[in-house]
Design a protein around this ligand. Structure first.
Ligand code: LMR
Length: 313
């Protein structure tokens, strides 16, 4: 299996590293526009192979998409990360141009690839990649739900003093403050979380999760990378190993949850064909309302992208 990761910054390099050391692909191609940057990162990962004992070949290239030809999966991490005080949406005009041109290059050389978008604003960059690639919606998806649920699960594990491995959760909506964590679908070793934690603590964890990316931007002056890169690698693994894992993933909705034409995180089954199935939960009225708020926000940013594209046409 061949996997390309576009963008050799912190997120892309972390993703490539996880793909290599966990031997998720036979070959990982890392691409960047900065001369020598991807080559250096790929070489460093390859030189770690005798220490960490893996044989995935890692190759770095400067903007040479011919080397990505025949990729089974492509992860797009290109674009600017945010700085303190910025929202993800503030990145739209710069990152949309980058994601669009990267996607054009990808599909030219790997027309059968499955594309995973990581660039922000996530839901709208997934939209940009989807309309550019013209691939079926099951083959173009965004990584956010695994990251957001991981944060939620980590905070819960800390509060309950249990292993994060035992926390199962699902979260829906856009990758932003309007995301919809679902305590009703959160369990700890099979026990509903509400039986183990008081409402006030749970509400505080839900809030912290919604602002999880921003908390890290404030601490580090730039966006996170270990969890986002690992989350993208986990999606690649589910696809290349046809694991049929159930994850929240950003995809274009076409009637599911009563929503049409908007890109939102929903639970799906991920396997060799990409999104094998979208799972429709029976949401209660409060949850439906939260999802509707999230839909409205993502749609506004999609409209902003449409306006940017129209002004260029
Ligand atoms: C994250 O959630 O860590 C990413 O979307 C990056 C960011 O700026 O928050």
């Amino acid at each position: 299996m061949k996997v390309t990761v576009v963008g050799a910054g912190n997120v892309g390099a972390t993703c490539a590293d996880v793909l290599a050391y966990r031997e998720i692909a036979n070959e990982v191609v890392l691409v960047d526009i900065k001369e020598g940057f991807a080559e250096g990162k790929a070489l460093d990962i390859w030189q770690k192979a005798p220490i960490n004992l893996y044989d995935t070949r890692t190759v770095g290239v400067t903007n040479d998409y011919s080397k990505t030809a025949g990729s089974d999966v492509v992860v797009i991490t290109s674009g600017l990360p945010r700085k303190p005080g910025m929202t993800r949406d503030d990145l739209i005009s710069t990152n949309a141009g980058i994601v669009t041109s990267v996607t054009e290059n990808i599909v030219k050389h790997s027309p059968d690839a499955i594309i995973i978008v990581v660039s922000n604003p996530l839901d709208v960059m997934t939209y940009a990649a989807h309309i550019t690639s013209k691939l079926p919606r099951t083959r173009v998806m965004g990584m956010a739900g695994i990251l957001d649920t991981a944060r939620y699960r980590a905070f819960l594990a800390e509060a309950l003093n249990v292993s994060p491995k035992d926390i199962q959760a699902v979260l829906m909506g856009g990758h932003g403050d309007t995301m919809v964590p679902l305590p009703r679908y959160t369990t700890v070793g099979g026990i509903p979380v509400t039986e183990l934690i008081d409402k006030e603590t749970l509400d505080a964890i839900v809030d912290r999760t919604k602002n999880g990316g921003g908390e890290l931007v404030k601490l580090m002056g730039t966006s996170a990378w270990y969890a986002p890169g690992s989350a993208a690698a986990q999606m690649v693994e589910a696809i290349v190993r046809d694991q049929r894992r159930v994850f929240p993933v950003c995809v274009k909705l076409e009637g599911e949850y009563g929503i049409d034409g908007v890109y939102l995180g929903v639970p799906v089954i991920l396997g060799k064909n990409g999104i094998e199935r979208i799972i429709e939960l029976d949401l209660n009225e409060d949850e439906k309302q939260l999802l509707e708020t999230s839909r409205g926000h993502v749609k506004e940013v999609m409209d902003a992208l449409d306006n940017i594209n129209a002004s260029k046409a």
